[in-house]
Design a protein around this ligand. Structure first.
Ligand code: HGY
Ligand code: MN
Ligand code: MN
Length: 409
């Protein structure tokens, strides 16, 4: 194994230790103590690699290598460093680590870029604590307003501002970034699916990212005694939720063209074995490569909501996120392909079924993404694993690409 791979493995292993569920995957919620531990490590490495480190009013971390052109826009490179509950070690960190090591190669080779290079580590991409997701990038682009940010609370009612202040972050710092300060954004991410591994190809050059929407659905009925309440006199919130969720797979399959629909999170209140559930809150995640399919399924979801609002049951929905499908910047896509060829690293074009910060930043700057294979196509679980050799390949491609982008007019 070469030095680069050794450093990559070291970073990944170190970051994977910052988890609230040791032995059961990575659980690193935004503004948690695990976030703080990972944050300190990332900032320490940025400083070690000679970068100027700052955090914005959301807690995104930036490590900047100044360019020779004054006040020039930056080429950003990185990903997110939060996780899903009991997730893996690579979803997010692989991209942050790649950014760090690209900056290290700039320093090692004494590259003085014309345009600045900024390594970024973004917060709350998964939305595991505050819902919705893509929070760090949406805050940077203004898609998430200051007010909406401040109104976000976690399941325990703790607000974003409270939580970030508790770990020493300053919510008063600027959040929205002037698009004129951005030249491009590059992101390495694990594929989180089986395609590259099955094709035995080490690099995926991302062409498009799937559109997605997330809802929080609340079903309200009437609590009651499980033993004394006759079956024909119940308004059972959990039965209604279950009847709705059981129909989602058919809705997605009937919509076709790879449309998917998932309920990943569900909470029952008051959650007693002998209590008829009063309230159920669950999420719905809808995705498709075509926006019309997302819109169609949203329409069917709303019909379901209306049809179950009866006989003492009330169903309401809050849309937490809506992102149209996004195409990556054609020039950067071409550059990534040329660079892979020049380095004789095989690549394949690929579309992303996962959402990424790149889809948000593509609204304000030119964006390119590369994927590496996921073992057995697994992600969002402790079994998630990728080969540090593949990350090293991606670092080489991103290094050559970033050199061109920080030189090009
Ligand atoms: O849900 C996603 O696609 C990403 O992992 N946040
Ligand atoms: Mn991710
Ligand atoms: Mn993820």
């Amino acid at each position: 194994m070469n030095d680069l791979q050794t450093r990559i493995e070291g970073h990944i292993n170190k970051l994977s230790k910052f988890t609230a569920t040791p032995g059961k995957g990575t659980t690193r919620l935004t503004y948690s103590q695990e976030d703080q531990q990972a944050r300190e490590y990332i900032k320490e490495k940025m400083k070690e690699y000679g970068l100027q480190v700052r955090e914005d009013g959301l807690g995104n971390i930036f490590g900047k290598m100044e360019g020779t052109i004054q006040d020039a826009p930056s080429v950003l490179i990185g990903s997110h460093f939060d996780s899903v509950p009991n997730g893996g070690s690579y979803d997010g960190p692989a991209g942050v680590v790649a950014g760090l090591e690209v900056a290290a190669l700039f320093a090692q080779n004494k590259i003085k870029p014309k345009y600045p290079l900024e390594v970024i580590a973004l917060i709350e991409e998964e939305g595991a604590r505050f819902g919705g997701g893509l929070m760090g990038s949406r805050g940077m682009t203004g898609l998430l307003s200051e007010e909406d940010f401040k109104n976000l609370k976690d399941n325990d009612g703790i607000s974003t501002v409270e939580a970030m202040t508790k770990i020493g972050l300053d919510p008063a710092l600027p959040k929205k970034r002037d698009p004129k300060t951005l030249k491009a954004f590059l992101e390495l991410h694990i594929e989180q699916g089986p395609i590259l591994e099955e094709k035995n190809i080490p690099i995926g050059v991302v062409e498009t990212i799937v559109g997605l929407t997330q809802y929080e659905i609340t079903v309200e009925g009437q609590a009651g005694h499980a033993g004394t309440t006759p079956m024909d006199r119940r308004a059972d919130a959990l039965v209604t939720a279950a009847q709705m969720i059981a129909q989602f797979p058919t809705l997605a399959i009937e919509e076709g063209e790879g449309t998917v629909m998932t309920t990943g999170k569900l909470n029952v209140f008051p959650n007693g074995a002998n209590v008829i559930p009063k309230k159920v809150v669950f999420t719905v995640d809808i995705r498709s490569g075509k926006e019309e399919h997302i819109q169609n399924v949203i329409g069917k979801l709303n019909e379901l909501i209306d049809s179950y609002t009866q006989n003492g049951i009330q169903v309401t929905a809050v849309q937490q996120l809506y992102m149209q499908p996004k195409a990556m910047n054609p020039e950067i896509v071409a550059l990534l392909k040329q660079t892979s060829n020049a380095l004789t690293i095989p690549y394949s074009s690929i579309n992303s079924g996962a959402g990424h910060d790149a889809m948000v930043l593509s609204d304000v700057t030119e964006v390119g993404m590369v994927f590496i294979p996921s073992k057995d196509g697994l992600s969002h679980c402790p079994e998630e694993w990728s080969d540090s050799l593949h990350i090293a390949n991606a670092v080489e491609i991103l290094y050559e690409t970033a050199k061109k982008l920080t030189e090009a007019e």
